[in-house]
Design a protein around this ligand. Structure first.
Ligand SMILES: CC(C)(COP(=O)(O)OP(=O)(O)OC[C@H]1O[C@@H](n2cnc3c(N)ncnc32)[C@H](O)[C@@H]1OP(=O)(O)O)[C@@H](O)C(=O)NCCC(=O)NCCS
Length: 158
């Protein structure tokens, strides 16, 4: 791993609940061109995925969803509201998720990312992820097109 981003000040990371979903959807819709729906977040809570929010000044401004099964962690969603990006919150959520996944017995963590998503690629690179392969035409893209996904992975513990 190269330099680790400085920890963000003034935040709390806690478990997501149903009452967070309005704020989570606000962040999700501002952060992604193809956002998840409320129903997808509800399903994640219902099936017991690791669902976290990052609170800053008492407002949920970022979220992380992971599954940890059979020694493998999967980052399913990591998003920081655009107004709060670039302050270390994405790194704080990712570090939290990696530590929690390690505590739950994961020794590898996987994720998919768009090759065009430079901020996310920088973040994952800093946290020791490397490329395993490509899923062709994995993501929706503007105009009905599709974009490949890079599959990244790293070992645990941190
Ligand atoms: C990816 C994301 C979670 C990063 O959150 P963040 O809070 O801005 O990240 P941090 O402030 O912790 O910064 C992490 C790294 O990303 C880099 N970064 C942040 N914004 C960037 C930008 N606009 N361009 C390039 N790099 C950027 C930072 O420079 C930092 O790297 P550094 O240590 O080399 O400086 C955020 O951009 C986001 O929510 N994007 C929309 C949703 C998304 O694409 N999620 C990832 C799906 S795989």
């Amino acid at each position: 791993m190269s330099a680790v981003p400085a920890p963000a000040a003034g935040h709390v990371i806690r478990r997501m609940t149903e009452t967070d979903l309005t704020a989570v959807l606000d962040t999700e819709q501002a952060g992604y061109e193809f956002p998840w729906t409320t129903g997808v977040f509800r399903d994640c809570l219902r099936v017991g995925y690791a669902c976290w929010v990052l609170e800053h000044e008492r407002r949920a401004v970022g979220h992380l969803i992971m599954s940890v099964v059979a020694g493998e962690g999967h980052v399913l969603n990591l998003c920081v509201h655009p107004r709060y990006q670039g302050q270390g919150f994405g790194a704080a959520l990712l570090e939290h998720g990696l530590r929690m996944a390690g505590r739950l017995g994961a020794d590898m963590v996987f994720l998919e990312v768009r090759p065009s998503n430079v901020p996310a690629l920088r973040l994952y690179e800093h946290w020791g992820f490397s490329e395993l392969g490509v899923r062709k035409s994995y993501y929706p893209a503007p105009g009905g097109a599709r974009e490949d996904a890079l599959i990244l992975a790293r070992n645990l513990p941190l």
